[in-house]
Design a protein around this ligand. Structure first.
Ligand code: CO
Ligand code: CO
Length: 304
């Protein structure tokens, strides 16, 4: 149903009228300096693409590349972080494969089920939808500040908490309200992933800057120019499709291209359902921010 012709968060294969299988993989080098948290973040991120499709993951395999000299207790902490996060998600890690490599890499192959009639895809946004985001932005700048040894402890702890948060309830919330257009915010940043959806759905995104949630340290690190390399690549690639309001300065613009590790879901919901969705989100203890809306047209417009 979904594969290379219409790239999305995961591949989807129909098994029957009411069941399809969702398959995805993702792995990356350490984003934090504690092994357990790194494993948990990598697993959360790998499972996120199943949730982004409206699926429920149930089975996973480890993919690991580990240096020869890495102490065995570090390797096992990485895998334990991944395993405990999988358990929290109700996912069984049933095997995997490890190779040797200079720099550690870890992630999962994740497999889930989705009802084919309820798939959430990048092409499902409709003009008139309201845009909902489920985690704050600024994860890229904050982890880069950690790498550059410029981070404040409270800021990185806040980022770790969000990166370890499964997109499970966010996905369940979206499904409950019949959401069909959504994705997770990861390496291409808010605007990269937002523009993928705008293009696939044939619509334009209107985002109100002041409604965007940011981690506490994000603006400060952005003002110091602490961005991962990917942020500049994203800007170069995507900025031609974005119109920024006059008052949105350079650090603010860059924050919207900041790659997010294990970011939240971005989805569209009809305006008339918004009030009920926000109420249900509170009951589920699932944070949501309304950041703008979907209009006819193309590209993205960022208003102050
Ligand atoms: Co994704
Ligand atoms: Co992915």
């Amino acid at each position: 149903m979904i594969g290379l012709d219409s790239p999305d968060d995961a591949a989807v294969w129909r098994l029957s009228d009411d069941k399809a299988i969702v398959v995805t993989t993702d792995f990356f080098t350490p984003v934090v300096d504690t092994a357990y948290e790194y494993g948990a973040i990598a697993a959360t991120n790998s499972l996120s693409d199943v949730y982004a499709m409206g699926g429920q993951p149930f089975l996973a395999l480890n993919i690991a590349a580990l240096p020869d000299h890495l102490p065995p207790e570090i390797s096992s902490e990485i895998l334990r972080g991944g395993a405990e996060k999988a358990r929290e998600a109700g996912v069984v890690i049933a095997g995997g494969h490890t190779v040797k490599d200079k720099e550690p890499k870890y992630g999962l192959v994740a497999i889930g089920f989705v009802d084919p009639r309820k798939i959430i895809s990048k092409s499902g946004l409709k003009a008139g939808d309201v845009l909902v985001l489920t985690k704050p932005l600024g994860l890229g700048v904050t982890t880069t500040a950690l790498k550059q040894e410029k981070v404040e402890k409270a800021h990185i702890n806040e980022a770790i908490e969000w990166m370890c948060r499964l997109n499970k309830t966010a996905s369940e919330l979206a499904l409950e309200f019949g959401v069909r257009g959504g994705t997770d915010i990861t390496g291409f940043g808010l605007l990269g992933h937002g523009l993928e959806m705008a293009q696939a759905s044939g619509v334009s995104l209107h985002i109100e800057y002041l409604k965007l949630p940011f981690l506490n340290g994000a603006r400060g690190y952005a003002e110091q120019g602490i961005f991962p390399g990917g942020a500049f690549d994203n800007k170069m690639y995507f900025e031609k499709s974005v119109k920024f309001g006059k008052t949105i300065d350079e650090p603010a613009q860059m924050l919207l291209f900041d790659p997010q590790t294990s970011g939240g879901l971005l989805f569209g919901v009809p305006r008339e359902k918004l009030e009920a969705l926000e109420k249900r989100a509170r009951e589920m203890n699932q944070p949501v921010w309304v950041i703008g809306d979907v209009q006819p047209g193309s590209g993205a417009e960022i208003e102050a």
